[in-house]
Each structure stands twice: as structure tokens, then as C-alpha cells.
Design a protein around this ligand. Sequence first.
Ligand SMILES: [Zn+2]
Length: 278
Amino acid sequence: MAALIRNALTVDVEEYFQVAAFERTIIRDSWDTVESRVEFSCGRVLDLFDAQGVRGTFFVLGWIAERHPGLVRRIVKDGHELASHGYDHTRVHNFTPEQFRADVVRTKAVLEDIGGVQVRGYRAPSYSINAKNLWALDVLQETGHAYSSSIYPIRHDLYGMPDAPRFPFRFRPDGILEIPVTTVRMGGRNYPCGGGGYFRLLPYGAFRWMLARVNEQDRQSGLFYFHPWEVDPGQPRVKGAPLKSRFRHYLNLESMATRLERLLGDFSWGRMDDVFGA
Ligand SMILES: [Zn+2]
């Protein structure tokens, strides 16, 4: 049954040092002096998708696109959907509405210039849209985005909006489509089953069971996300970051590619715009 429902495969394209966990250790101003790995790691992701014959959606930072235009062009050429992850991974709660508008307009223009395609999707860095800044969804709609994938309906120390709907919805009938990260509901609680660190933490079989449950019981498409740095065990180790951040970041990187291959083979996959008709 599960194979009949397609799930959306998504990649957040950023450097290993641009994650929120390392923001105090490798500051924004030093990014251009740090070893870049994104062409290697994202290239590995593209090879893997190519080998399995799957298409997905790549949410790319404007900062990355400007420095690696060839990578953006390959994403498009390989048949994937090009979408926006904001310019430099500033989380939405750190923006005023005006600053956020400038950020998403700039990123959309950069990506469209380089990729030569229309950018319709947006994902907030670290899922930083929640009950406190829903105005951001209006800004995305006003700036020509067709959908957002920026809300995580869970309780987590860094992000989340536990009471948000679990499947695609609009806050207003004429509002932008929000496609939340997938959760599985058990015992009255939402548990993450959309990727990220949980995918590397849990046994693969448990993860597969949860996503299958979403497809079979909820009869809904799921959404899976990961980052290129997760398939790059050779990335430089960032020293001085908090222990919890380092644990989450480096856990099971060696087995990630193998896990991904199993996941891609066990379910049916597609781009966000195809799977959700966005
Ligand atoms: Zn990100």
C-alpha cells in the first residue's frame, strides 16, 4: 500500500558550518574563510538520487547559489525542483517583517537568475515559522511564493509548533499553502518522522514503520528532509561547539548514505510541487 502513495524528498542545501548549532562557533563573517564542502556533499546527494532514479526538491541558500552556480544548474538539469532556503540561514524570528521580505525577495531573484526556472517554494531555516511569526506566510505569498514548508508540528527545544496541522493546510482560505514536516501521531502526541537528526538517531526499521503508518493509516504523503553535510563523514570537525550540538551533528554520518539508499528504495518519491500539487 505504502508504495502507492508518493512522498516528497527534500534537501536543505547549506554548508556543514551554517547550521544553527554552530552559529556561535563559526560566525557569519568568517564563512568565506572556512573550507567549503557543499559541492562535494551535494554532488554525492545528486549522484545518489540519479542512481535510484528519484527526483526531489532542493531548498538552496542564496549565499550558496552565488558561490556555487554550477551546483544550482546541475540541480535543475537533473530534473529536481529548485526552491529557496533564504539567503544566509538567518532564522525568521530574528527578522522584522521588512527584513524578511528583503531576504526572500533577494534569494528568489538570485536562484531564478542562476537556475533559469521559477522558484515557488520556500523553507525557513531551522523551521523558524511558528505561532509567533505567522505574518511570514503572508510575506511569502505577497512575494510570489506558491508554498512554504517551514512549520514542524512537534515540541522541540529549538523549534516547533505542536498544535499546527500535521498535513498541508492554509491558515486562511486564500492564504499560502503550508506543507509541514511529517510527524506520526501516537498516544495523542506528534513524533517526528520527517528526517533530520531523528533519522540518524533511530533504528532504520523504526523510521520506516512510522513513515509507512503515515502513508497507510493517515493515507497521506509524507515529506522527508536532510542536508548534504549528513552524507559527508569527512567534513572538518567544528571545535568548541556545545556537546549536545556536536552529538546531534556528527551522529551516524558514516551510515547515512546507506540508510538513505534503503529509504529511497522502500518508498515512492517525488518533488514537492508534484507530490503536493503546490
Ligand atoms: Zn537549514
